[in-house]
Write a protein that binds this ligand. Sequence first.
Ligand SMILES: Cc1ncc(COP(=O)(O)O)c(C=O)c1O
Length: 483
Amino acid sequence: MSKEPFIGMDPEEFRKTGKEVVDWMADYLRDAEKYPVFSRVKPGDIKGQLPAAPPSEPEDMESILSDFHRIILPGITHWNHPGFLAYFANSASAPGILAEMLATTLNVNGMLWRTSPSATELEEVVVDWFRQMLGLPAEFHGIIIDTASVSTLVALTAAREAAHQQVRERGLSGRADLPKLCLYCSEHTHSSIEKAAIVLGIGQDGVHKISSDAEFRMNTGALATAIEKDRRDGWLPFAAVATVGTTSSTSIDPVPAIADICQREKIWLHVDGAYGGAAAILPEMRYVLDGCDRADSFVTNPHKWLMTPMDCSVLFTRHVGTLKQAFSLVPEYLKTTDGSVNNYMDWGVQLGRRFRSLKLWFIIRSYGVHGLASMIREHCRLARHFAARVQADKDFELMAPVPFSVVCFRYHPAGISDESSLEHMNAQIMDRVNAGGEIFFSHTRLNGHFTLRIAIGNIATSENHVNRVWELVKAEGDKLKQR
Ligand SMILES: Cc1ncc(COP(=O)(O)O)c(C=O)c1O
C-alpha cells in the first residue's frame, strides 16, 4: 500500500477508519467495566509479542488496529473503569477526548503567539476562567504545563531566581560566594518537590522536611524554628512548599500560617494543590484554599479531578516577570517584533507546547462550573459513605481524616497488634481484591503503618462500586479471620 504524501493515508480511508475508531471509543467508554480494571499481564508479556525491529515496508491500518486490540489492550490497566480507585483516580471525559482529537488534528505548537494566536489566547482565557472558579486573586496569571511535577519545577526555578543569587547566569557549582540554598516542605510532601530540588542543583540535602501533626499537616512552629536555625547555620532559605491534599492522606497544610512565615522571612511560597485544589470550585469547600491567595505560586491538575484527559496541569503565579526572568531566552530564529503579545515559551522549560487549553475549554463549557462541582461533591460524599462503613466495623480502622475523596484505612481485628502481621494481612486483602478484576486500589504508609487507600475520582464511580469494594475488602478480612 502506498501512503498519501500529506496525511499518510487516503483521506477517504482516514474518514472510514476514523469513524470505526470513534465507534470503538464510544463502546469502550460505555463498557469499560467489562474489562479487568487491573491488567493481568506479566512483565515482558507485551514486549514478547512485538517485533524487536521496525517494519521496513508500510503495514495497513487494519493489521495495526488488530494488534492494538490483541496485544496492547490486555496490557492496559483501565483508568476509565469505574472500579479504578487507586492512586488518584481520574477521568477521560468525552468532551475532553473530542477536544484532544481536534488538538491533535490541528497539531499546533503554541510556543509563540504567532505560531497559533488561538492557542495562546484561548489558554489565557481558560486559565483565567479556572482562576475565577478556584477563587484565586486576579493578580494570578496561569500557564498550562504537562504535569504538577514540571509546574513545581518551574515555580521553584522562579523562586530561586527571586533569591537574587544570579544562578541563571553563573550557575551553582564552584561558587564560594554562594550560601547553600534550602527549601522547606512537610514530610508528607509529594516526591516531585525533592525531584525539582535535584534538577535545580539544590540537592536533596537542601530539602528540609518539616514534621507534621497527628493529622499529617505541617507543623508551622517547627517550620519557623527550622528557618531560624538554618539561617544561623549559614543556609539561604528561599522557598517553602505547602500542600493542599497531600498524596497519601490528602491532608491540608495550614497555608495561612505558612504564608505568615514566608512573608516574614521573605521566602517564596509555592502551594501544591495538584489533587485537592479542584475542590475549591465547590462554594462549601472553598476554604481548602484559605491562604493560597497569598502564595507566590500555586499548582493544580485538571487531569486529576476535573475530567480532563492526561495531561493538563495549571501553574498560577503572581510573579510572571520573575518567571520570565528565570526562563526567557530568545534565539534569533524565534524573535518576533510584536512586543504586546504573550509568548508562552518564555514562561518555562519547554519550547514546543501542545494545545492543551482546548480540552479544558470544552470541558468547562460542556459541564459548566456547577456540573464539575457536583461531580466533586458526589465523590466526597462517596468517600464519607465508605469511611462511615469502615468506622462502623470493629475489624477495621480509619487511618486519617477524610477531607476530600480519599479514604485511608486498614484491617485491624482485635487481638492483633504485631505490625508485620497487620501489614501482611492488609497486603493480602489488597492483592486478592485487585486480582478479582472488579476493583483496583492501592496503599500507602502512614505513621509507619501499611495503609489501604481508596481514591474516588472517576466520573463513572457510583455508590454501587463503593459498596462493592467494601463488600470485597470485608469478605477478604473475614476469610483471614477464619484461618
Ligand atoms: C500532591 C501531589 N503533587 C504533585 C503530584 C505530581 O503530579 P504529576 O503526576 O502531575 O506530576 C501528585 C501526584 O499524584 C500529587 O499527589
